[in-house]
Design a protein around this ligand. Structure first.
Ligand code: ADP
Ligand code: CDP
Length: 222
């Protein structure tokens, strides 16, 4: 059976960075499922769909064509052929993605695309998100739940934004939004963020990126 590595955890725990590095090291494909929920949200905003209106989101969510490029050396994401890798990281999308991702019809659609990506991966895939181990890939080869203290996660995001020249007021707002989003993601009724029973917990608060990558590679090899 093809290798599937399922990595879940809250925002800023290191999922994207670690998953990409592990995929590159093991010669596997890489799938950032958060980018797909962000792409769906970007399309709703661009097309004037009220993201607070779950019914409207459910009706519209079949329309955008979302394509994820799963090369670990250069993952891509397009919506209707447009590269949205930049705009999906912006504050507008970040503020509304949790509402869109809580709509069951959105999840049904994107989960299907995620399984298709795994099926097409030549050697297997490292998939990261909130429900990889619990819902999308229940039979994954390895399941890892990455966490870090709320302070460590907020500090990492802040450092990232500072590096991009973002001002301190925006950084403080992003930190507050991170807490709000984690609460929303963990308390929604469909596929809440939670550790799978058979997932291994890795707390990255006091570890370097290299230490986390080594630990995950070791868990996959077991
Ligand atoms: P997630 O995908 O879970 O939101 P990211 O992979 O985007 O998290 O990581 C957020 C930021 O934290 C990135 O800038 C990354 O380089 C940094 N980071 C991740 N893990 C660690 C770690 N163990 N030690 C230090 N910095 C880390
Ligand atoms: O980068 P960050 O960790 O902040 O977020 P992300 O991984 O890009 O995910 C953005 C949002 O998408 C999350 O806050 C969730 O609301 C949603 N998401 C989800 O519901 N299920 C997934 N498998 C992945 C993301």
């Amino acid at each position: 059976a093809p290798v599937v590595v399922a990595i879940d955890g809250p925002s800023g725990s290191g999922k994207s960075t670690v998953s990409r590095a592990v995929a590159a090291r093991l010669g596997l494909s890489f799938l950032d499922t958060g980018a797909m929920y962000r792409a769906m949200t970007w399309w709703m905003l661009t097309n004037g769909v009220d993201t607070a209106d779950a019914e409207a989101v459910a009706i519209a969510c079949g329309k955008p064509v979302i394509v994820s490029g799963t090369d670990a050396d250069g993952p891509t994401i397009t919506v209707d052929g447009v590269d949205v890798s930049g705009p999906i990281r912006g504050p507008e999308v970040t503020a509304q993605v949790s509402a869109v991702s809580a709509v069951p019809a959105v999840r049904t659609r994107l989960v299907e695309l995620q399984r298709d990506c795994a099926g097409l991966a030549p050697r297997g895939i490292v998939a990261e998100g909130r429900d990889m181990g619990t819902v999308v890939f229940p039979d994954a080869t390895a399941k890892i739940f990455l966490t870090a203290s709320a302070d460590a996660r907020a500090e990492r995001r802040a450092a990232e934004l500072r590096g991009k020249g973002v001002d301190e007021a925006t950084i403080a707002a992003m930190a507050a939004d991170l807490v709000r989003r984690d609460t929303a993601d963990s308390s929604r009724s469909t596929s809440p963020l939670t550790q799978a029973e058979d997932a291994v917990l890795v707390d990255t608060s006091a570890l370097t990126l290299d230490q986390v990558i080594d630990a995950v590679v070791e868990l996959v090899a077991e």
